[in-house]
Design a protein around this ligand. Structure first.
Ligand code: 0O2
Length: 212
């Protein structure tokens, strides 16, 4: 494929990422209006670079004519949440959408990766309207907490810099840092639960007072 062919190949993925970003950001503002609290903190998206698509195709032994279904994250969306519970809420909202089809899910929170990586992945099929008609493309939606994202961003940049030669002690320290980020998520969730309990208690009391 030459440059022009690649641009044409990536075009529906660009469109899918742009549309999904708008839709998920809209979901965030709608939930914020309805419930005062949005389970989504922010949304980002990217289309994989051609060099990364080729690298992954080589690693997974995907032939050039099978890229569309062999590489599932050419279109990538990332949703950041404050709390782990929010991740499950957002996954549920995505599952029930009519404008995409869920293909499968990967729970790297329960089954975190050996690197320490935690995140919830949903592979979806998303239809885009192209000049030549409807085209369904695969997209990977990653849902994670701010702490998981902090860890993954730094680990990714270190891995990118050092490639395969990341020293073993650094690898181990990164694993420990992932545990620490997970503990932070647990602690934040429990603080939130206590605040919600206290609020509920306060509301119940004031309902009793107002009925008297
Ligand atoms: P980028 O730059 O983030 O797009 P693979 O893990 O790649 O062999 P698979 O099954 O396609 O195979 O992917 P997986 O593991 O479900 O999801 C791949 C994406 O998840 C990665 O994309 C990362 O975004 C993220 N990810 C998975 N494992 C790790 C990890 O150990 N550390 C970090 N920081 N991110 C991870 P890409 O293609 O690596 O890159």
């Amino acid at each position: 494929m030459d440059g022009r062919d690649w641009n044409l190949f990536l075009q529906p993925y660009e469109q899918a990422v742009e549309e999904l970003k708008v839709k998920l950001k809209t979901m965030r503002s709608e939930l914020k209006m309805r419930e005062a609290y949005a389970p989504i903190e922010f949304v980002t998206g990217r289309v994989k670079k051609i060099s990364s698509v080729m690298e992954k195709a080589k690693r997974l032994q995907v032939p050039p004519d099978k890229l569309e279904y062999g590489i599932e994250d050419i279109a990538g969306i990332r949703i950041m949440c404050q709390f782990v519970d929010d991740i499950h809420r957002v996954a549920g909202l995505i599952r029930s959408r009519q404008d995409l089809t869920l293909v499968y899910e990967k729970d790297y929170i329960t089954n975190f990766k050996d690197s320490g990586y935690r995140s919830y992945h949903m592979i979806v099929e998303y239809p885009v309207q192209t000049a030549l008609g409807l085209k369904k493309v695969l997209a990977e939606i990653q849902i994670r907490t701010l702490a998981m994202n902090f860890w993954a961003t730094i680990e990714h940049s270190l891995n990118y810099k050092y490639k395969e030669s990341l020293p073993e002690d650094v690898r181990q320290r990164l694993k420990k840092a992932a545990e620490a980020a997970s503990l932070l998520d647990t602690e934040m969730s429990s603080i939130r639960a206590e605040i919600l309990d206290a609020q509920r208690g306060f509301e119940e009391k004031s309902n009793v007072v107002s009925r008297v």
